[in-house]
Design a protein around this ligand. Structure first.
Ligand SMILES: Cc1cc2nc3c(=O)[nH]c(=O)nc-3n(C[C@H](O)[C@H](O)[C@H](O)COP(=O)(O)O)c2cc1C
Ligand code: SF4
Ligand code: SF4
Length: 253
């Protein structure tokens, strides 16, 4: 089984391709989330984007609260804009505390979903997508051969900068999302797409709650660019999602 989390479809695309190449099934963690989830497969993949040099909070919580087969071959793949920090290392550590072992980890550079918070007229690094095709094939071969590289996944001091309380707070504040009710047409896409179930559309309009994982899905997928980041509007031409991933695939089940 392959468990994934994704905001703009990069990790979903990797999960889907890996699933085809390894003969496994890819499932979004929000479709499994619940107390006492047990996954006793012999091979378990965990695929997610890097947020703030770490795993996204929902993926961390999922791994912490799920029971895995302790003898499973578990692998992790992180997609990132260029600096994975301690994302894979932290996954390895969480599993270790559960008496499980991350056998294999790898990282793929992809167009960066956070750039929209700081820049306009963005030129996304789409060349990463071509490289990704080949890398996913190589990684899938590693997985099929049950390759191990866990010992080479080590702690990076720089990767823990966002663990410092005030830096973490500041970074997350920078990515705070809100809706411009003058632009919003109440189509409900953001409500369906939010992996945290943090957006509600009712008679009064769209409400964004406090349980945000900063995945930026609502920002990138809103057809009218009505979701603002730290109070600033984004441009439709700056929205990004993986070209192979369609909106319906991103909806929560
Ligand atoms: C809030 C936020 C924080 C991010 N932090 C990092 C980071 O620390 N390092 C990095 O290389 N990329 C970072 N990224 C970029 C994503 O990891 C990257 O674009 C990833 O492929 C997105 O995958 P997804 O489409 O599956 O969500 C961040 C993106 C967001 C939205
Ligand atoms: S996706 Fe955009 S337009 Fe649609 S309800 Fe959400 S904020 Fe409004
Ligand atoms: S509110 Fe937006 S950024 Fe926050 S978790 Fe939901 S979709 Fe992601």
């Amino acid at each position: 089984m392959i468990l994934y989390f994704s905001g703009t479809g990069n990790s979903l695309s990797v999960a889907k391709k890996t699933a085809v190449l390894t003969g496994d099934t890819a499932i979004h963690i929000s479709d499994l989330m619940g107390d006492g989830t047990k996954i006793y497969d012999e091979r378990i993949g965990i695929i997610f984007p890097v947020f703030f040099f770490d795993m996204p909070d929902p993926m961390r919580v999922f791994v912490e609260y799920t029971r895995f087969n302790p003898s499973a071959y578990i692998y992790g793949i992180a997609t990132c804009g260029g600096s994975e920090g301690n994302a894979i290392y932290n996954l390895k550590n969480i599993l270790l505390h559960k008496n499980c072992r991350l056998s294999y980890g790898n990282v793929l550079k992809m167009p960066c979903s956070s750039t929209i918070a700081s820049r306009r007229n963005i030129k996304y690094k789409l060349n990463y997508l071509e490289e990704q095709e080949k890398r996913v094939q190589d990684i899938s071969q590693d997985i099929l051969q049950k390759r191990k590289n866990s010992d080479s996944i080590t702690y990076k001091i720089k990767g823990s900068i966002f663990n410092i309380g005030f830096i973490n707070k500041k970074a997350k504040k920078y990515f705070a999302v809100s809706v411009d009710t003058n632009i919003c047409v109440e189509c409900g896409i953001c409500e369906q797409i939010c992996p945290n179930n943090n957006i509600v559309l009712d008679e009064a309009g769209v409400h964004i709650g406090a349980d945000c994982s900063y995945c930026m899905a609502c920002v990138h997928w809103c057809p009218h660019a009505a979701i603002k980041i730290h109070g600033k509007h984004v441009q439709i031409k700056d929205q990004y999602h993986h070209p192979d991933i369609g909106l319906l695939e991103m909806y929560r089940r």
